[in-house]
Ligand binder design. Sequence first.
Ligand code: BG6
Length: 511
Amino acid sequence: MPLDIEHAMTPHGDRAPDCTMVIFGGGGDLTKRLLAPALYNLARTGLLPARFALIGVDKLDMDDAGFRAHLDKAIRDFASDKHYAQTLDENALSALLERVHFLSGDFGEDDTYHRLDRMIVGISKDRHQSDHVLFYMAVASRFFGLIVDHLGKSGLAREAPGQWRRVVVEKPFGNDLQSAKALNTQLRQTLMESQIYRMDHFLGKETVQNIMMMRFANGIFEPLWNRDHIDHIQITVAETVGVERRAGFYEATGAMRDMIPNHLFQLLALTAMEPPSSFSADAVRSEKTKALLSVHTVDPHRDVVRGQYVAGQRDGTALKGYRQEDGVAPDSLTETYLSMRLMLDNWRWAGVPFYLRTGKAMSTRRSEILVQFKRPPLSLFRNTATENLMPNALLIKLQPEEGAALSFGAKIPGPAIRIGQVHMDFHYKDYFQNAPATGYETLIYDCMIGDATLFQRSDSVMAGWSIVQPLLDHWAQGAVVPMAHYAAGSEGPKESEEMLQERGHHWKPLD
Ligand code: BG6
C-alpha cells in the first residue's frame, strides 16, 4: 500500500548550511565504508551544502587526486553492493568529488594543524563560503583527545559570531567510567558541550528513530506503556559475525564494553523514557538520561550472563570457536555474549524486568525489541485456562527486517471455542521506498544543521558507564565469574535462558 502522502510528515528537506568537513582518518575504513557513501547520498538527495568542501587528513602519502580516486571507488562499490543496489548518480558523485581535498600529516604534529588552517582559509576564500567547520574523528579512540588538544592550540576549534566549529567523536567514548570522564574533561578544555557530537551510530538507524515516533505520535501505545500493562521487555542485538579481523580491538573490549553502555542502552532509553516536554535536543536527551539513571544496581551473579562461543555450525558450515580465531588468546576470557536483567526504579517501570542480550556468532542477525504485555485477568472461555491464553506482544523489528508486529489471540474457525495466536505485521518496505542509506546520512546532516538530538550528551554517556562499571570492577578484581559457553551458530548460552526462567519468562526464539 502506498504511503498516504497527505499524512506523511515533511522532513527537514533543506540543504545544510555551507561548511567544510574535515575527516581525521580520511584514509581509514570508516570513511571508505560509511562516511563517503553517506556524503554521496546527501549529494544525491540535494541535502549537501551548496558550497561544501571535504578535507581528508591522514598520515598517508596521498594527494587530492589520489583521495578523489579512493572515494570514487568506495562510492561505486557501495552503489553496486547487492544490499544497496541502485543506479549510480554520476552527477551527484562528480559534484561531490570536485569538492574533495587531502592533507597528509601526523595527528600529533603542530604543523599538520597549521597547514590545515591555511587549507580551510584558502578553500573558504576560493569558494566564498562561510567558515563553518565540522571536524569528524574517524580515528582510533586514542587519538580523540590528542586531536582536540591540537585543534584548541592551533585556534581551529575557536567559534566566532556566524562561524561554528563542531567535533564529531566516534565510539568508543572511553573504556570505562573513569576514562570516559577523563576524555570528557580533556575535550571540554577546548570545546563547549554544544560543540561536541558524541556518535552512537544506532541512533542513525531509521527504525531506532521510529521507536520515539511509535510511542509519541500515536495514541494507542502510550496508555499501555507501563507496569500496569507490560509484563517485561526484551531487547536483542544478535549478530552472526564472529570477531573477524578485529581480535586486537575485541580481546580488550568484549561484548559488554562494545555494545551495552552504548547501543543497547540507547534502545533501552528510547523504550523506557518519559515523553519529553518537546522534541528539542535537550528535552529528549534529558529524558533518556533520566531513564538510565533510574536503572537499579545490577547484581553481577544473578542479573548477568557472560558467554563465549565455542566451535559450532550454521547451515551445515563448521564455525570456529572464539579461542581459535586469529589473534585471540587460546585462554581468552573475553565475553562475546552478554545478557542482563535490569530493573528501573521509577513509577512507570517498577517491577518490570528489562532483559538485554547481545552476542557474536549467533544463529541469526536480528535486532528487535519485544514488549510483552500482561495476560488478561481471567478467562471467559470454557475450558481455556488463563495460562493458555497467549499474552499480547508488540515486536519492534530494527534490523535486518524493519517493521513492527502485534500479536493477539483470535478464534480458530470451527464449532469449538479455540484460540490461536495471530499477528498484525507492518513492514517498512511496503510503505516507504527509501533509497538505501548507511544511517550516517541523518547524523552528518544533523551535525551540519546543529541538531544534537541523536547524539549523546555527556551525562547520558556517564550514566551508561555508571551502570556497567560495578560489573567491570567485579570482573577486574578476579572474582569468580563463570563463563557460559554457547556453540557458534546457536541462540546463546542456556544460562541466559535460565536467568529468564527464574521469573517464568523465556527469550523469544531468534529463528
Ligand atoms: C559496533 C561494534 O559499534 O556496532 C561492532 O563495535 C558491532 O562490534 C556493530 O558489530 C553493530 O552495528 P550494526 O550497525 O552492524 O548493527
